[in-house]
Design a protein. Structure first.
Length: 249
């Protein structure tokens, strides 16, 4: 009948519409999955690039420090060693011979002390240069990491914060915070990555040496506003790194 034909036609139209809607939904889901996969791939590529750059920097630092150590070692080796030899005292020395021998002993001791002081001075110079190089490289690495996280999307920067928090590299982390503060992006990063940033900051304060505390104190008093300072106070209250916390205050 005509009514049955209309009903069947309507059902066919509804089924076709449902099929078309389902296909459109599946296509939309596939597009979203492809977009997510592309974003994840881009994030991983960015992370790999950053890790590769950091590894290259670490290798460069190791090579430069090894070269410096070799230079100082060679200089120590060529330093003039006193050629004085102290003979055992003869038996039954006269007072004059005793005085002469005592002078030889004192001269030998003076030359030996002079040589040891020269060696110690050179060692101190080398240690100072090594520390200077380490600090310079740490600052360079921190600047690169800060720039990378600031320019990355929220998910990538959060991944970086989480990874650094797991590595317990407090001094490097404090340097990164300092670089972010100087660039003016500290508050933006804290808002964008609230939980990851908090974990990162707390781990930085927990594992940093007391020498790094000056940078945090400077940020809290000079470069950041009251809200960021309060956040830092909250994080400091939760850590047990007493020497670091005391130096900040």
């Amino acid at each position: 009948t005509m009514f049955e034909q209309v009903v069947m036609a309507t059902q066919d139209m509804m089924e076709e519409q449902a099929y078309m809607e389902e296909m459109a939904y599946m296509e939309e889901m596939a597009a979203m999955e492809a977009e997510m996969a592309a974003m994840e791939e881009a994030e991983m590529a960015a992370m790999e690039e950053m890790n590769s750059m950091m590894e290259e920097l670490a290798v460069m630092q190791e090579m430069e420090m090894a070269a410096m150590a070799m230079t100082y070692t060679d200089e120590m080796a060529t330093m003039e060693q006193p050629e004085l030899t102290l003979e055992p005292p003869p038996e039954d020395m006269s007072p004059k011979e005793q005085r002469k021998y005592n002078k030889q002993v004192k001269k030998f001791e003076r030359e030996q002390k002079k040589f040891e002081k020269q060696q110690a001075k050179l060692q101190r110079q080398m240690d100072k240069e090594m520390r200077k190089m380490e600090k310079g490289m740490a600052g360079h690495m921190a600047e690169m990491m800060s720039d990378f996280m600031v320019s990355a999307d929220a998910e990538t920067s959060a991944m970086m914060f989480e990874e650094m928090a797991e590595n317990n590299e407090g001094d490097l982390a404090v340097n990164v915070l300092s670089e972010m503060s100087q660039s003016g992006y500290m508050e933006d990063m804290a808002e964008q990555n609230e939980e990851a940033f908090s974990d990162f900051t707390q781990n930085a304060f927990e594992t940093a040496s007391s020498e790094s505390s000056d940078m945090i104190a400077y940020m809290m008093t000079e470069t950041e506003d009251e809200s960021m300072s309060e956040m830092f106070y909250d994080e400091l209250a939760m850590v047990e790194n007493d020497a670091f916390v005391a130096n900040v205050y």
